[in-house]
Design a protein around this ligand. Sequence first.
Ligand SMILES: [Zn+2]
Length: 222
Amino acid sequence: MLTEHEARALIVAAGRHLFSLGWLPARAGNISLALDDRWLLTTPAGICKGHLHPDDLVVVDREGRPREPLAAPASTELALHLAVYRVRPAVRACVHTHAPNVIACSVAGVSLETPVLPEVILTLGRIPTVPYAMTGTSALAAAVEPVIAYHDAAVLEHHGTVAVGTTLAEAVERTELMEHAAAVLVTAQSLGGIRPLAADHVRALLQLRRSRGGRPESEPRL
Ligand SMILES: [Zn+2]
């Protein structure tokens, strides 16, 4: 189990990393980490996540109530984060970004579900899209819940990414993989089109994924 001091340092570092990649522009995005079975550490609302100080982070319980009554307001997507931890008890970290290639694919109607890249099929299975709902609302949290129940990473339609992990590094890595896949699709589309991987190859990858404990519910549809 991480100490709170360590958890604060990890979120600050992840914020800097994702901001430097251009995935947390302005005040966008949010990051949370479970301190234990009761408390969550989360980024605050209205502050650029590239320039966070460890003391800026806010501790809330699983209902979103702040541990310190005078704490700054927690992330505007707190409801989304709470929904994730509610529906995935083993998850310890959640990252939401505005990764631009993922958003571009969503805006252009290019699905990230298409089985194209072996490493995505092996690790994430498929990357589904959460239907659009207004940012910062319980409607968005409700839309995310049934999707993240079976997937470790998803697109938020016309909005960004959400990824989870048993560690913050894992949630960040899954975000990186999504954005990489989206960048490849954007380039492939501009070069003439997206060719899915042949079904036989996808099946072989899925067999390997299952042997590593991958969940069948998150596999691409063939
Ligand atoms: Zn957002």
